[in-house]
Design a protein around this ligand. Sequence first.
Ligand SMILES: C[S@@+](CC[C@H](N)C(=O)[O-])C[C@H]1O[C@@H](n2cnc3c(N)ncnc32)[C@H](O)[C@@H]1O
Length: 504
Amino acid sequence: MHTPLPCVPPPPSSGLPPLPLLPSTFRWVDSVVLPSGTHNRRLHRRGGRAGSAGKGQTQGAEAAEGCGCDGESRNSAALSSPSSFPLVCCHDASCPCYRTAHRIALGDAPLPGEHSGSNAGKASIESIPSPSTRPKSDQDQSKGDSTTATDTHTIDDEKGSNNIDATPDNNDVVRHRMPSNSSNPVAGQDADRPLSPTSSPSSSTSSSFKFEFECSSSCRCLPDQCQLRPTQASARLPLSLGYLPKKGWGVFFSPPPSCPPARPPSLPPHTFVAEYTGELISTVEARRRLAIYDEVSALSSLPSSLPSSLPPSPGIGKRPSPPAGCTHAAEHVKHAQGHAQANAAPAEVPILGPCPSQEGDKEERRGGQVHAGPRPHYLLTLLEEGDDFYLRTSLDATRCGNVSRFFNHSCDPNMHVVCVRNGGLLPRLCFFTQRRVHAGDELTFAYGEREENHASKGGVKVESGARCGRSCAKGTILPQSQSGRPCWCGSEKCVGNLPYQPGL
Ligand SMILES: C[S@@+](CC[C@H](N)C(=O)[O-])C[C@H]1O[C@@H](n2cnc3c(N)ncnc32)[C@H](O)[C@@H]1O
């Protein structure tokens, strides 16, 4: 019987390394979120050594003296499910799980006071060389190995770049339906600081991904008192959908008018907004769907010629119908127009009008204008890369998801994505504001990282930006070709094209 302990963020003077930037890239096709409870799935790896997982896991889950985590549960979980990570979100530096989590995030860098030879925290991925760091002969060999690993899922990967595929067996699609978001209070105009407990425990103004570890059922803390679960409360932000002629649907912060009229509330930086939800699919399935989506996108002006293999989808066969909140769209649109005019923003302004119908493409026509761009994708692949591992997670919100799938791209976004883990391997992609968001603002994030982020950060290599093609990686602007869709974010920092990278 454990005594519940309150979780509090570590003091700033702890001397611990800061939570590192997520060594990952991602690709929009649709976004995703993984609910808690999806951890402990099998790792599908290519060329990995499945049997190497146990040692690191067990060591990483050793006694947690003085820690709020339930080390006993973690040990048993790690031993009974050798392919699971002993990732526990504890922020107590004396706890091995803290070391585990941070060790994974930081690659091989030892933590303060730790021997560099320790296995603690290396978990099951430590011995899997990444293609970028292995000799070619090793990479070739790894293809052959994929059929011998005990928990290997053979991936039809032409390049063999897929080391770990955190998806269900046999390309099965697992559907995760998530509530459409959090219950964050809307902050007033003062104090640009996060609100506890609905705010991120760490802050950043970077548009890059970050790792976060939250408490979970493995911890002994009291969930309703724990401050390390900012994304686990259901969200209730006043969001609305608005239709933008060149970008399609977008999500707007639209608090209801107050009575008597007052300065509208705003969201401070570091506020949790939403978690990406969708179908968790394998890399093979993601590639299959992506090929279809790209084909459909290219044929977007010919909706009647959709491939027959295309799954029925509100985002493909016809314009997506907006989820709850749509009834406020007209009001929020007025807000947005006023805000846009006040700031002389060159961005699009949502078209006033009632909620769109659900009758096929009829809703593409709003106010006499037609959304002429390619049909949007809702598949998001997150690629996390360490010095010696890849972890690829693909989420498709085409057929199920929440409002986060309507977040548009901006070259100067007001949100960033935080990769949250609470007790499991699979990441949950959570959107946090990265600056103050005012009433009527569209909520956006950067679909891919640009050149300035293609560098080594926090000891973890960042190889390339998501969806950024070679030209993008070199910092040049792609011509408006098929591979470089025009960006209509309207920001002063706009580079002209949406981030793009062919293939996964
Ligand atoms: C995940 S969806 C976002 C929701 C989408 N607007 C809709 O109507 O469903 C991504 C797609 O939105 C469009 N989009 C998002 N941001 C854009 C931008 N800055 N400029 C142009 N199109 C954008 C592109 O078609 C992209 O493929």
